[in-house]
Design a binder for this molecule. Structure first.
Ligand SMILES: Cc1ncc(COP(=O)(O)O)c(C=O)c1O
Ligand SMILES: N[C@@H](CCCC[NH3+])C(=O)O
Length: 435
């Protein structure tokens, strides 16, 4: 456990009791699992607030212009979670009608919201226009022309950004890279579509092109591709005689999931983004834009912890120790999708010295339903609680009802043992499949 704490994998308010059990924000995980059942997801409020503050401080240190932190809500969103985040004076990136409606309901002003997506529906474009969101982020030429028709039918001038794809590779899993020439996202630079899009948007009576955006991908630990992209965006803008008042280099900064993963300081990210923008503006004699970053994972991954109950255990003929838990790919498909690596501990047995290589598998009817390929754990018994840290991003937001599994409950933890239900456990007897 101490190595996990050193490596910064658990939420800030995590404490280890002398009996080897864990509390977060003063709440015992054993008690929470008893009261709310498992699988159970928890978010530590202190970690989220500290992460937001860290990014704000970094901008205050490195960037003399305006900036905004926009939480990429696809990482995890529910109405109550959105209400908590709305109080932190940040903006929000949404990609669907439901995310937009929740954001508005939770108290985000439309002026704090920008709407992404490579294939927005007519209703989504209409709704975004009707509520005057901060920016409709147009993904491609086809969408630019379609959104213009909708804006014209409403006789409105809509604030837009264009999502530009630089056609470069970044080091991450191919499924979460969005910057390459093969990407389905954005106006590609090398085909000339990006330049044509900017020129078209600048001429249209129905658009105000307030900014350019690029999102390179996710789980990125190197600031260099951000620098290259910012230069590319400014070269493009300058070729088109365009001066962006906002510039969004997206999100994507990575987090460690296990003690073997790199730890990358987001200060480096913000410092590089800031200095690249300052350098480009100086070279091109343009005023500094408002920089809008869109972190999802970096803001919430480490704040989240998932708790499971251990069930069957077995050894395979080749000596592999398998521990099955009462969740799996339905609440966390990341190993199945990206071979994502995690670590885990057994609550109450953290101090044990004797550990064995173990594979953590779920309860679903797929051989790929593995949560952790290999982790060293002590002897475990049925009903022991397995705790997986860094569970706050892209687990529940990608959860499914495979095998008609109900989605788990989610709690928000405040210090002093205070907690609030963000999302209740689905009731398998009241789900839509009974219709
Ligand atoms: C447009 C856009 N912005 C921001 C993000 C957030 O990425 P991350 O959670 O890696 O910060 C994503 C997801 O990759 C995205 O598609
Ligand atoms: N879902 C991915 C991240 C993709 C982010 C959205 N473009 C993950 O779990 O790592």
């Amino acid at each position: 456990m101490s190595s996990f704490i050193e490596k910064d994998l658990f939420p800030l308010s995590t404490e280890l009791r002398p009996d080897g059990s864990i509390t977060i924000a003063g709440s015992s995980l054993k008690k929470l699992a008893k009261d709310f059942g498992s699988p159970l997801y928890l978010y530590d409020s202190e970690t989220i607030r500290a992460n937001i503050q860290k990014l704000k401080n970094a901008f205050s240190t490195f960037y003399p212009g305006n900036f905004a932190i926009a939480y990429a809500s696809k990482a995890y969103l529910s109405r109550k979670f959105a209400e908590k985040i709305a109080k932190q004076d940040i903006e929000l990136d949404v990609v669907s009608m439901a995310e937009l409606l929740i954001a508005l309901k939770a108290g985000f002003s439309p002026k704090q919201i920008h709407f992404h997506g490579n294939n927005k529906t007519t209703e989504e474009i209409q709704k975004a226009i009707d509520c005057n969101i901060h920016a409709l982020v147009i993904d491609n030429m086809d969408e630019l022309l379609y959104a213009e028709k909708i804006a014209a039918s409403k006789n409105k001038c809509v604030k837009i950004w264009l999502r530009i794809t630089p056609d470069i590779h970044v080091k991450t899993h191919p499924h979460i890279e969005t910057s390459a020439a093969e990407s389905k996202f954005g106006f590609h630079v090398t085909t000339g579509e990006a330049k044509a899009g900017i020129q078209y948007a600048l001429k249209s009576h129905f658009f105000e092109l307030t900014g350019l955006h690029c999102h390179l991908g996710s789980q990125i630990f190197d600031p260099l591709p951000y620098r290259i992209t910012i230069q590319m965006l400014y070269d493009l803008a300058s070729e088109c005689g365009y001066v962006p008042s906002e510039l969004s280099p997206g999100g994507g900064w990575g987090v460690p999931y296990s003690t073997e993963d790199p730890v990358a300081d987001p200060n480096d990210w913000i410092e590089h983004i800031s200095s690249a923008v300052i350098e480009q503006c100086r070279q091109k004699q343009m005023p500094l834009p408002k920089i809008v970053i869109e972190p999802g994972r970096w803001l919430v991954a480490k704040a989240g912890v998932s708790i499971y109950q251990i069930g069957s255990q077995k050894s395979t003929p080749n000596g592999l120790r398998i521990i099955a838990i009462n969740g799996g790919m339905s609440d966390n498909p990341r190993n199945a999708l990206y071979q994502a690596k995690y670590t885990a501990v057994i609550n109450g047995k953290i101090a044990s010295n004797e550990v064995f290589p173990s594979r953590i598998v779920g309860k679903f009817c797929e051989s790929g339903d593995t949560l952790i390929d290999q982790v060293y754990l002590p002897e475990a018994e049925r009903d022991d609680l397995l705790i997986i840290p860094v569970s706050g991003a892209y687990q529940l937001s990608m959860a499914s009802n495979y095998n008609l599994a109900p989605r788990p409950a989610v709690l928000w933890l405040e210090s002093g043992g205070i907690y609030e239900l963000l999302q209740y456990r689905e009731n398998p007897e009241e789900s839509s499949w009974w219709a």
